[in-house]
Design a protein around this ligand. Structure first.
Ligand code: SF4
Length: 359
């Protein structure tokens, strides 16, 4: 689904809800989340419900095509609080009957019974942080689970008949394209319809950032990236995301395509569209500022070019593009119908490409 440029969709907003709690912090993690054995779910939920009410007053009964609970570890949430949030969303907004409702989860925090409760309350897509199929790597990354626990959750979710995705991290110290090829062959045996493959990046504020790790070189990382595309059975539809056709994450696809979305909860970013103006927004009422047409168009080029479908060449997008550079570099970027798409080679040098094609 795409098209904030049509009248109906102007009123549609996807919803991202941030759940900023984890049982402990992983060694690579710079996400906004705090290690907390017993989060105050009551207070957290009250805050989210209040935000929903404010947006309902501001935007009216908007339609909601997708809801994404990200984290942190949303699967830690007691289902009674999850149910309250979903119920309020239905009361205040027009949550579409086929809305995609994703829950991010970590192995060890969700068993079959609780998964069933989440599904009863609307979850129809589960994203699982598997991260590795090697127990030593999981422990090195500071993950709390082992491979067996992760595969058990994967199997439970697949048997539950919902859409399932698994996240993996590659590019650890010592990884080569051979390691990554084997990882992809093992992933191919898992019958996944969606997976995310994230390159390990070292953030200075994390434990890994202080460990002086012997990381693979940029060339080695690029080789691993190409190996993934060549080995995984699932086609790539975004820089780090792979899915069987029809199983792409609608929420992320909509956001990357430039559709409006609201962020709820501390640490959640949104892009709200109202009265013909885009607003940069942060959950917990931390920010709500108008954006220029140009800066929003630039964002849409950046996110759109990360996807296989590319960016729609609307008028505001054309205004920020360097057409000369695009015409001179068909090996990096091509026009497909009414969209501009980065080639496989372009994706490998995407940061440089973006610098060159944006005026
Ligand atoms: S579980 Fe996810 S959000 Fe939480 S610390 Fe680990 S990587 Fe970060």
């Amino acid at each position: 689904m795409s098209g904030y440029n049509t009248r109906t969709m102007m009123n549609a907003h996807n919803i991202y809800i941030h759940v900023p709690f984890c049982l402990s912090k992983c060694n690579y993690c710079a996400f906004f989340s705090q290690a907390c054995a017993a989060p105050d779910w009551e207070t957290y939920t009250r805050g989210i419900l209040a935000e929903i009410d404010v947006w309902s007053t501001t935007l009216g009964k908007i339609s909601v095509p997708t809801i994404f609970f990200g984290g942190g570890t949303p699967s830690l949430m007691p289902t009674k609080y999850f149910a309250q949030i979903i119920e309020r969303l239905h009361e205040q907004f027009d949550v579409l009957p086929n809305a995609e409702i994703t829950l991010e989860s970590n192995p060890g925090t969700l068993d079959g019974a609780r998964l069933t409760e989440f599904i009863t309350n609307g979850v129809n897509r589960l994203s699982i942080g598997v991260q590795s199929l090697n127990d030593d790597e999981l422990s090195f990354m500071g993950r709390r689970h082992d491979v067996r626990t992760a595969l058990k959750l994967l199997e439970t979710a697949q048997n539950a008949g919902i859409q399932v995705s698994a996240d993996f991290i590659y590019g650890l110290p010592g990884h080569t394209s051979k390691t990554v090829e084997q990882l992809c062959r093992d992933i191919n045996k898992l019958n996944l319809t969606h997976c995310s493959m994230y390159e390990l990046t070292i953030e200075p504020t994390t434990p890994f950032g202080k460990m002086n790790l012997n990381m693979p070189t940029n060339d080695e990382m690029a080789e691993m990236y190409t190996t993934i595309s060549n080995t995984l059975d699932l086609p790539r539809y975004e820089v780090s995301n792979y899915a069987a056709p029809g199983f792409e994450c609608t929420h992320n696809q909509n956001v990357w395509d430039g559709d409006p979305y609201i962020g709820l909860g501390r640490g959640a970013a949104g892009r709200v569209f109202m009265n013909d103006t885009w607003y940069e927004q942060l959950g917990n009422n931390e920010k709500f500022e108008p954006m220029s047409t140009k800066s929003r168009a630039v964002e849409r080029v950046i996110t759109g070019l990360r996807t296989a479908r590319g960016v729609l060449l609307a008028k505001d997008i054309l205004n920020v593009l360097n057409k000369e550079y695009i015409n001179e570099h068909p090996e990096l970027v091509i026009t497909c119908g009414d969209r501009l798409v980065a080639t496989d080679r372009g994706i490998l040098v995407l940061d440089d490409l973006l610098v060159n094609i944006i005026n």
